[in-house]
Structure formats: structure tokens, C-alpha cells
Design a protein. Structure first.
Length: 417
């Protein structure tokens, strides 16, 4: 098959803080280099874009020397942790921004969905924005008219078609925006993580539509998602980015496996202390007694949270996520003691044991759910532990029957404060 995208030595640098070099003479030197088609002399001091570390340079490389080719009809899943450069790559391919170094050759019309409501005007109605956004994406008026009913039906917003989109929810925004992009007769479809805004039913519908147009029309798709199940189901190839560099570009199973192994090989975090969850809540301690547990063993934990407001907490729970970042189980820590705390109390301290963990072997992460009259929030991926397979005997239950779903895990716990 012919290549529809060819990327050579692609790099993108950003300057942190104030713009400019700091002096007029250096600004002129940079301008003169650009006019002669030369490389910016001040980019040579740029650093890798590791957001977790403080660097010495104010120039960072969001992308660094990417080389790859995409063939017609390929579906590429672009994966990596936050800050890896995924969105920057898609913005360059969509021509929203330009590379600092390197070249891109693309063949065919591009439809992109990078942010919720991109190309929408809040004061215009849904119907008017379909025509506006379609025109921005390169659709002719006759083409939009021909597909208008199909777009509105797919988005499921027929009742609100004549309502200004400023009154739409973020989910309705992305429904309509994706419907327009999906029905554009383009050769390349670029979709960022915006589908996460939609509900589960709509996400499934979108994945089905992308798979349909890919097979029926031979459309090339670049898809960014943190949902590994979605990447596996839609894509046949995967690209793993880390700190702006391409680590893997291979079939989707190899790419996803490499990404998950990297996460698994990171040091297991069994304790978090002194973490501000928001302006109101401090996580004083969340810890588990070990980093590895055998299936159906107990796991002890300790939790202490403090609020700046008195009697702030009405519900506290722990959530457990599997290696695909799907919620596997939860632990409800509500009790009569929680509601009968003394007046003026702003601290909850809990010590407990998760009983007989019914989890498949793998790496899991623990997060905390907090609810009050002012807050309903989840803080995920705070701790990490590994579940290993229990040694089976002849009459034992096969581990394949262990629970992997949104189940409640039994827990014995005491509220100490």
C-alpha cells in the first residue's frame, strides 16, 4: 500500500516562561537564522520534556527526532503517559502548529478532533455549527446538506439542533463534533482523547463508526487514548511515546504490551504521605503493608485524611484499577462511626484489611473516592501493587473464575479518629 503519511526527523521545541532570548541582539540572531532557513542556534541547549523534573534550560523538546511512515488504511494507536508528546504530534499532523525541525508529507484530506468544541461558536446553534465546522474541515455546502440528517442522528442531539451550543454539555459538544468529523469524506481521521468525555455507549458507537469507515472506505486513523481496550479493538499498529521520543512502533499487541510492561516495572508505590488532594483536603497517609500479594490473600491498609472544614466527609471509598486502567473493584469505607463523629471533627483515620482479594494476577493501582456536600471527586493511581497467581491444587477453583469487574471487596476496618 502507498504511504499517506511520512514523517522524517520531526522535532518540536517549546520555550517555557517568557518569550524571547532575553536580549535584542540574540532575538535578532534567532530571526536572521530563521530567514536563512537555518536551525535556531538557541535550541541546541534544549532539554527532554520531563515534566516531573526541574531543568536548567527554558527550552524543552516536546517531540524529539520522530521518524515513521503510515500506510493507507492503517489504524495507529498513539499511547504514552501524560506529557509524552501525543497531543503535540497530532496537532502538528493536523497543521494546528508547525514542527521546529523535520518534515511531514501527507496525502489526502484530514479530519481531526483534538479538543471538545474545536471549531464551534458558542452563540450559534447546533445546526449552524455543523455547517461552520464542516466548512472548516473542508466539506462543501452540498456535502454537508446531504449528510446533515445522518450527522444529527449519529450525534443524538436532534432535539437540541436549533439550540445554541453554549447550552450543551461537554458530552453533547463532543457528540456533535465527532459526528461532523466522522462523516467528512476524508482520507485521514485524527482523534485525540476527547472521546473520554462521552458516555460508555457513545464511546462504543464512535469506535464502531471508526472501524466501519476504516474497513469500508480505507480511511487511515490516528487515535490517542489511555484506554488500552479501545486501542486494541480499533488499531492494528501502535506507537509508544515517552518524553517526546518514539520508544516502540509495531503491531498493536507489541506496543501495548511494551507500554504496560514499562508501567509494571516502575517501582511499586506502597505509601503516599502529605499529598494535597485539593484546596480543602490533605491526604496525610495512604499505605498498604506490601507491594505483592497472592490472589485470595488479605491486604492491610491505613488511611488518614484531613479537611480544612469541619465535618467535611460524608463518604469515603477506595477504588482499584487494573493494568488497562479500568476500575476493577471498590472498597466502601462508610460506617455509622463516620456519621457519628464528634462536632468539629475534620480528620478521618482508618486502619483495615482487604479480605481475600478476588483479583486476577496483574498490576493494580489504588485510588481514593471522597464525597461531601461540596465535593464529589476521585483521585486515582495513588498506590500500586502486584497480584500473583495462587498455587492451585487439583480441587481448587481455576484462577480464570476469579472476579475481574466492578465488585465490592469485603473489608474489616476501624475508624480510629
Amino acid at each position: 500500500m502507498a504511504n499517506v503519511i511520512k514523517v522524517e526527523h520531526l522535532s518540536k521545541a517549546y520555550q517555557l516562561g517568557d518569550f524571547g532570548t532575553g536580549t535584542i541582539s540574540r532575538d535578532l540572531e534567532r530571526f536572521w537564522a530563521r530567514m536563512r532557513g537555518k536551525e535556531d542556534p538557541f535550541l541546541k541547549i534544549g532539554e527532554v520534556n520531563d515534566r516531573a523534573k526541574k531543568g536548567e534550560s527554558d527550552i524543552v523538546w516536546s517531540l524529539n527526532d520522530l521518524n515513521f511512515e503510515v500506510e493507507e488504511g492503517d489504524a495507529i494507536g498513539v499511547i504514552g503517559r501524560n506529557g509524552a508528546g501525543k497531543s503535540t504530534l497530532l496537532k502538528i499532523l493536523s497543521r494546528v502548529t508547525y514542527p521546529t525541525i523535520g518534515s511531514i508529507k501527507m496525502k489526502g484530506r484530514i479530519a481531526s478532533l483534538l479538543e471538545v468544541g474545536t471549531g464551534f461558536h458558542p452563540e450559534l446553534t447546533g445546526k449552524e455549527n455543523v455547517f461552520l465546522n464542516g466548512a472548516i474541515l473542508g466539506m462543501r455546502k452540498a456535502e454537508i446538506k446531504r449528510k446533515f440528517d445522518e450527522i444529527i442522528d449519529f450525534a443524538g442531539v436532534e432535539r437540541y439542533a436549533d439550540t445554541p451550543v453554549k447550552r450543551y454539555s461537554s458530552g453533547m459538544y463532543v457528540r456533535l463534533a465527532f459526528a461532523v468529523a466522522a462523516h467528512l469524506e476524508s482520507e485521514i481521521l485524527i482523534v485525540d482523547e476527547v472521546l473520554a468525555v462521552g458516555d460508555a455507549e457513545f464511546q462504543k458507537k464512535c469506535l464502531g463508526k471508526m472501524g466501519e469507515v476504516r474497513k469500508a472506505e480505507g480511511r487511515t486513523i490516528l487515535f490517542v487514548s489511555h484506554n488500552m481496550d479501545s486501542v486494541r479493538s480499533l488499531c492494528d499498529k501502535g506507537m509508544v511515546l515517552d518524553n517526546g521520543k518514539m520508544m516502540v512502533y509495531a503491531d498493536v499487541d507489541t506496543a501495548v504490551g511494551s507500554y504496560l510492561r514499562t508501567a509494571r516495572n516502575n517501582a511499586m508505590t506502597t505509601e503516599v504521605t502529605g499529598l494535597a488532594l485539593n484546596n480543602e483536603v490533605m491526604l496525610n497517609e495512604l499505605s498498604i503493608d506490601r507491594s505483592s500479594v497472592v490472589t485470595h490473600e488479605d491486604l492491610s491498609f491505613r488511611l488518614k485524611i484531613t479537611s480544612s472544614q469541619q465535618n467535611y466527609f460524608s463518604s469515603v471509598a477506595l477504588n482499584i484499577f487494573d493494568e488497562y486502567e479500568q476500575k476493577s473493584a471498590f472498597i466502601d469505607l462508610r460506617s455509622d462511626v463516620l456519621y457519628r463523629r464528634p462536632e468539629g471533627s475534620n480528620t478521618i483515620e482508618i486502619q483495615g484489611t482487604l479480605k481475600s482479594l478476588p483479583l486476577l494476577p496483574g498490576v493494580y493501582r489504588i485510588g481514593i473516592h471522597i464525597q461531601s456536600s461540596l465535593l464529589y471527586s476521585d483521585f486515582n493511581h495513588l498506590l500500586q501493587f502486584e497480584v500473583t497467581q495462587k498455587t492451585l491444587v487439583d480441587d481448587a477453583t481455576p484462577y480464570a473464575l476469579y472476579v475481574r469487574g466492578r465488585t465490592e471487596i469485603a473489608c474489616d476496618f476501624n475508624i480510629l479518629q
